[in-house]
Design a protein around this ligand. Structure first.
Ligand SMILES: *Cc1c(COP(=O)(O)O)cnc(C)c1O
Length: 372
């Protein structure tokens, strides 16, 4: 083939093609593996969502409602804002893409942190924009350096809060100072994929911020049904923003970006407070217990405001990952994120957490990483 591939596309490193769980199990000769690698909800989807989705299937021959009328209203009620201030996406990932499409042209700059969620930079590359990447400081966003890196060409700043993979948080006070240090022309995107797990007293009041007084940069908050709501496979997320920004994002949105099961499933999940509370409580208890166990094994567990946390295993994390995989426990090595001795694990169910601890103990011993 003789193709003229765009230079910015040539430069993109493809998303590593992960294998399906079944395939991995076959390869390693294991069964009943547990996956604690992707920060998913181990208690499954809301039963109410499953029921609603089953109920909608006979309507699949019709296009879904292009405005997601009912879901948008339900999300706005849940957040406490107007429907005009919500934009739904095929996962919050799609809302990231809308923002980049609407605001970034070739040569424009976008600031992100490293390590952080990788998709921000990817969408910018596709668009021919420039990524300015600022390292985290003490595992948190280095807001002072980010502020200094802003130029006339900066359009967006992405901050995952809490940060993935570190689980750390920006305090409301620091965030306020940060906003006041920026020119009015940039948009600050707060990716709040894990905000459900954060103590309400420590959350940033994004609603007062999206209706900004003049002179302060616009804030867009991103939320998702993929984590606390247990619907990662359904692909529904949303952004909360000033209605003028929402109007711009609707221009780049495909009319049917939220499919029919997505619309009814997410709507039902919002009403399932029992499942939501169970997830939050189980996560809090599991994280506490796991951290204690991990420290007893001689590793260091980092505090986190999310359903995942980092562990310093005091040895090569990728070798440990392989060793645990052979025991059917899938974790994430942080080597590619710049932490060669760290793994990231997602809090599982009680049974999964016990299996994880047993497997970690065995692997650490076999590899001789920690004494004992
Ligand atoms: C998991 C995650 C998301 C969720 O993306 P969806 O497209 O909504 O599934 C977004 N941001 C961060 C930082 C995440 O870790």
């Amino acid at each position: 083939m003789k193709l003229h591939v765009a230079d910015n596309i040539k430069a993109i490193v493809p998303y590593p093609p992960g294998k399906p769980l079944d395939e991995l199990e076959r390869e390693y000769g294991i069964t009943d593996s547990i996956k604690l690698a992707s920060n998913e909800n181990p208690w499954g989807p809301s039963p109410l969502a499953v029921e609603a989705i089953q109920g909608c299937l006979t309507g699949l021959h019709r296009y879904p409602d292009g405005s997601s009328y009912y879901l948008t209203r339900a999300v706005a009620d849940w957040v406490g804002c107007a429907p005009e201030e919500i934009v739904l996406g095929n996962g919050s990932n799609e809302v990231i893409e809308f923002l980049v499409k609407a605001f970034v042209q070739a040569g424009d700059e976008v600031i992100t942190s490293h390590p952080s969620f990788l998709m921000y930079q990817k969408f910018v590359q596709v668009r021919g924009g420039e990524n300015t990447v600022i390292p985290l400081r003490d595992m948190t966003h280095d807001l002072e350096t980010i502020s200094r890196a802003v130029s006339e060409r900066t359009r967006l700043i992405f901050l995952d809060n809490p940060n993935n993979p570190c689980g750390t948080l920006i305090s409301p006070e620091r965030f306020e100072d940060f906003l006041r240090s920026l020119p009015e022309t940039v948009i600050v995107v707060l990716d709040e994929a894990y905000v459900d797990f954060v103590d309400p007293a420590e959350r940033i009041d994004v609603l007062s911020r999206i209706r900004k007084p003049d002179g302060i940069p616009a804030v867009v908050a991103l939320r998702t049904f993929s984590k606390a709501f247990g619907l990662a496979g359904l692909r529904v997320g949303f952004g909360i923003m000033h209605r003028d920004i929402a109007e711009l994002l609707h221009r780049v949105r495909q009319p049917f970006n939220i499919n029919l099961p997505g619309q009814v499933g997410a709507l039902a999940a919002l009403k399932d407070t029992a499942h939501y509370e169970k997830t939050l409580n189980g996560t809090r208890e599991g994280r506490q217990w796991l951290s204690e166990q991990v420290e007893e094994l001689g590793c260091r567990a980092y505090p986190s405001h999310t359903n995942f946390f980092l562990i310093d295993v005091r040895g090569d994390a990728t070798v440990l990952y392989e060793s645990m995989l052979r025991q059917g426990v899938i974790v994430r090595s942080m080597k590619a994120y710049g932490f060669p001795d760290f793994i990231r694990i997602t809090v599982g169910t009680e049974a999964e957490n016990h299996r994880f601890v047993a497997a970690l103990a065995k692997s650490l011993k076999e590899l001789g990483y920690v004494a004992g």
